[in-house]
Design a protein around this ligand. Structure first.
Ligand code: NAP
Length: 250
């Protein structure tokens, strides 16, 4: 496997990130599986990749911490010696709240993890991948949300606004590095079956909204991962600055 392309997936331990990590390993990537606190989940992904003959390692780091981000990329350098792709997947929601109930501390955390985290990880990746910096090029996929379009009024407008920032960031960075052999795209998942809803205090959210979804069902993590894997692949060689809705029509 030495010499194979290297992908870092933030939040690769669970949900959509875990599905991307597994799928990317099957596509031949060596994978750095980032997690923040659930070491066991990250190890499970790494073990599943190894069981299929792939290569991966778990790397702890909070994308809400600049120091952790720097250390995480240095750990990837030390382990693999190259970087070819980044999936900015780590993200959080919070409990349901109206805008007039959201305080500065919650807002700061939401934007630090969802926006600054993706921004700073992309900056580290560009420094390694851009031909301007002596790199061999690469690809970045950001994970936005249909919430960026829909606004999530009555649910969590702060989360939706953080994903709106990801859409704009995707467009802007794509233009900035297009001539430096780096493609930058995003996916906007709709409601997807992962543990994120329970982490926001809404374990029954999917069951509550399912009937109102256009296809009458939620998405699966693998279905979102497939879109991300396409954008990572050479089949998307002329795709940059694009935002792919994976929402079942929502
Ligand atoms: P999830 O099941 O809750 O998994 C979250 C992952 O992110 C875990 O691997 C977690 O690590 C990691 N993580 C959380 N905070 C982190 C931090 N500060 N630093 C580093 N890693 C962190 O989430 P998901 O549903 O797969 O969501 C993945 C992405 O898709 C998010 O950006 C989310 O906004 C977006 N999205 C999800 C949906 C949906 O319906 N599920 C819809 C639209 C968009 P640990 O395992 O260590 O906790």
């Amino acid at each position: 496997m030495t010499g194979a392309k290297v992908l870092l997936v933030t939040g690769g331990s669970r949900g959509i990130g875990a599905a991307v990590s597994l799928g990317a390993a099957r596509a031949g990537y060596r994978v750095a599986v980032n997690y923040v606190s659930n070491r066991a989940a990250a190890d499970k992904v790494v073990d599943a990749i190894a069981a299929e003959g792939g290569e991966a390692f778990a790397v702890q780091g909070d994308v809400g911490s600049v120091d952790d981000i720097v250390a995480m990329f240095e750990a990837v350098d030390a382990r693999f010696g190259r970087l070819d792709a980044l999936v900015n997947n780590a993200g959080i929601v919070d409990e349901l709240a109206r805008v007039d109930e959201i305080g500065a501390a919650r807002l700061e955390r939401m934007f630090r993890i969802n926006v600054s985290g993706s921004f700073l990880c992309a900056a580290e990746a560009v420094r390694r991948m851009s031909t301007r910096h002596g790199g061999r090029g690469g690809v970045i996929v950001n994970v936005s949300s249909a919430a960026a379009r829909l606004g999530s009024g009555g649910w969590y407008v702060d989360y939706a606004a953080s994903k709106g920032a990801i859409d704009t960031f995707t467009k802007g960075l794509a233009m900035e590095v297009a001539a430096e052999s780096i493609r930058v795209n995003a996916v906007r998942p709709g409601i997807t079956d992962t543990e994120i809803h329970a982490s926001g205090g809404q374990p029954n959210r999917i069951a509550e909204v399912r009937a109102a979804l256009p296809m009458g069902r939620e998405g699966k993590a693998d279905e979102v991962a497939d879109g991300i894997l396409f954008l990572l692949s050479d089949r998307a060689s002329y795709v940059t600055g694009a935002i792919l809705d994976i929402t079942g029509g929502r």
